[in-house]
Design a protein around this ligand. Structure first.
Ligand code: SF4
Length: 344
């Protein structure tokens, strides 16, 4: 697998060891950094049809500090030159083609055969960031033209992106534009960190005991995303040993990734926070309890960001050493430097 020269900086491991919660230290590994595929032009590589790039500062500079990139330009890697004529998707009957606007040259076969063989190699990624609007890389709302040049629809997926998402439907995938939405950004980053923890778990050797431990640490984060999915996962774990471990692990993996794809709502976060409060109620003075309940209520009403009650709870949990909650990934699912959970 070809990866960018840039890798996780050594400062990550220092930061991780000194500042992150115990849950972090236990589940990530410096040997298996979070690895994401990315449309090369988003990192500033001059691979676009006009010889330019489309560097995205959040992707390149902010997220880039925490992940290892696998930059891919499907157009260049399938044999197109830079610069090159702009291409677009064309459809008259049931099949789409990828055609140069100015010359009519048809790149469909080259792109499809490249995409098929390339995406086969990408199952070990933790996620993928695609370039919006591209007939090759775009995730959604790509224009499709008729042969006469008129727009036929605006709801297609780029040809490479379609092959990628069809081949790996559970892979966390986002595009640069959607990552500007704080909720989508948060959800994507939670997914890539969770997927990396799963990958590390399987690399270390998955056993029934380790699966129980993993599931226990992810209970609250799963409940924030998908209560029903969380219950299905609990059933898989509860029934370990009744079918082959291989089947149980495969079922768990599928349900785990499916659950995390669901956007965590304010209502679900509120439920999780109130549930966590249940472990603390007997231990807190009235005033402290009121402060915590007040911040959860303010969050529920949309007056303060999620980071406020989560931080208050984390400090309280740490002071009272509630082991079950201290080990919950939910309270520190990603580096605080990414400034997530800060929106209302
Ligand atoms: S959008 Fe995709 S195909 Fe187009 S230049 Fe960027 S990486 Fe290459």
């Amino acid at each position: 697998m070809r990866v960018s020269a840039r890798s996780i900086p050594t400062s990550m491991s220092k930061t991780s060891n000194s500042e992150l919660e115990p849950a972090w230290k236990a589940w990530h590994s410096e040997e298996s950094p979070i690895t994401l595929g990315v449309s090369s032009c988003l990192l500033g590589q001059a691979v676009r049809y006009d010889g330019g790039h489309a560097r995205d500062p959040f992707v390149d500079a902010t997220l880039g500090k925490w992940v290892k990139w696998l930059p891919i330009c499907p157009e260049v890697e399938s044999g197109m030159s830079t610069p090159r004529p702009a291409i677009h998707l064309v459809q008259e009957d049931s099949s789409q083609t990828l055609v140069a606007k100015s010359t009519g040259e048809d790149f469909t076969e080259r792109m499809q055969s490249y995409a098929q063989s390339k995406t086969e190699q990408l199952g070990a990624l933790d996620g993928y960031v695609l370039k919006k609007g591209s007939p090759s890389c775009g995730l959604e709302r790509i224009r499709v033209y008729r042969a006469n040049g008129h727009v036929r629809s605006r709801d297609a997926r780029g040809m490479f992106a379609k092959q990628l998402t069809d081949r790996w439907p559970l892979l966390p995938v986002e595009e640069d534009g959607r990552l500007n939405d704080p909720k989508l950004r948060e959800n994507f980053i939670e997914q890539i960190f969770c997927r990396n923890r799963w990958r590390v778990l399987t690399q270390r050797g998955l056993t029934r005991g380790r699966l129980v431990e993993f599931h226990t640490a992810h209970k609250l984060i799963l409940r924030a995303h998908d209560e029903l999915g969380y219950q299905r996962l609990g059933k898989i774990v509860g029934e370990l040993g009744t079918i082959s471990d291989e089947q149980s692990f495969a079922q768990y993996e599928g349900e785990f990734h499916r659950a995390l794809k669901i956007l965590a709502s304010r209502k679900a976060h509120t439920n999780v926070l109130q549930h966590a409060m249940g472990y603390l109620k007997e231990l807190l003075e009235t005033r402290e309890k009121q402060q915590l309940l007040g911040s959860i209520e303010d969050y529920r009403l949309g007056l303060i960001p999620l980071v406020v009650p989560v931080t208050l709870l984390r400090h309280t949990i740490s002071r009272h050493e509630i082991e079950y909650l201290q080990n919950q990934i939910y309270f520190s699912p990603h580096p605080k430097e990414l400034m997530l959970r800060n929106h209302v």
